[in-house]
Design a binder for this molecule. Structure first.
Ligand SMILES: C[S@@+](CC[C@H](N)C(=O)[O-])C[C@H]1O[C@@H](n2cnc3c(N)ncnc32)[C@H](O)[C@@H]1O
Length: 234
């Protein structure tokens, strides 16, 4: 089998991998070699193992393939991840931040967090599972020590913009980034998705974030968008 791997031209920690079929896929370096998280394919190139990142399973991968202009996430960062579920995307975030970074994984479903611990965090020293409700950030303030570099929010809740802002105020450093996956149907089924994305962006702006871009995630995710923002220095 012939494989080619090349670093993404701009985004550190992300790679393009071409397999036999000639299709370019995005990949990350496996922090836990030999182990898959969600059945994704592993490929080895020049002695390094990479995990194929599925954009139909991960909205962050979809946002990258849909051409997000700036990827704020990078090696060595400390990231707060709201809605980690069983770790599909969070494990790729762990690959990207690497051994010098850390991913605090907040999840309120006991079943999902059990899977996250047993199948993922146990094998990844840079992931810290937190069984908690993202609506109560003070409940995990004793675990997330110091200010963090970025927050990734994917909790599919009607109040998610407000929940993100409460976490931003408590944990995010000035100049830090926030990415939020917006599922239009979890917010209001009667409105056009684009109206909902704009409304969410307005809530974030009014709460003190600056919007960088809004990426429509179709065809990977129907009626979803990713809003990328940052917390201004002043
Ligand atoms: C769409 S799934 C996340 C998928 C995941 N981000 C991925 O890409 O692998 C949403 C997750 O958020 C969790 N969730 C929803 N509301 C939450 C809350 N208030 N606090 C913590 N977790 C929450 C759900 O239990 C679910 O696991």
């Amino acid at each position: 089998m012939s494989i080619e791997v090349e670093p993404h031209p701009e985004f550190a920690g992300i790679y393009f991998t071409k397999l036999d079929d000639g299709v370019k896929r995005i990949t990350t370096k496996n922090f836990s070699p030999g182990r898959t998280v969600y059945g994704e394919r592993l490929v080895t190139y020049n002695g390094i193992e990479y995990r194929i990142w599925d954009p139909f399973r991960s909205k962050l991968a979809a946002a990258i393939l849909k051409g997000i202009r700036k990827m704020p996430l990078g090696p060595g960062q400390r990231v707060l991840y709201l809605g980690a579920a069983s770790g599909t995307t969070a494990s790729h975030v762990s690959d990207i931040v690497g051994k010098d970074g850390c991913v605090y994984c907040v999840e309120f479903s006991p079943r999902s967090i059990r899977d996250l611990i047993d199948n993922v965090c146990k094998y990844r020293s840079n992931m810290i599972p937190i069984l908690a409700d993202a609506r109560s950030p003070r409940s995990y303030a004793s675990i997330v020590l110091g200010k963090i570099d970025g927050i990734y929010c994917d909790i599919a809740q009607p109040e998610q913009a407000r929940i993100l802002l409460d976490n931003v105020r408590l944990f995010l450093k000035k100049g830090g980034w926030a990415l939020i996956a917006v599922k239009a149907r979890s917010i209001d089924v009667t409105k056009e998705p684009v109206e909902i994305y704009e409304r969410e962006a307005k809530i974030l702006e009014e709460g003190g974030l600056r919007i960088l871009e809004m990426i429509n995630l179709e065809p990977y995710d129907k009626a979803h968008s990713m809003i990328s923002s940052y917390y201004p220095l002043n």
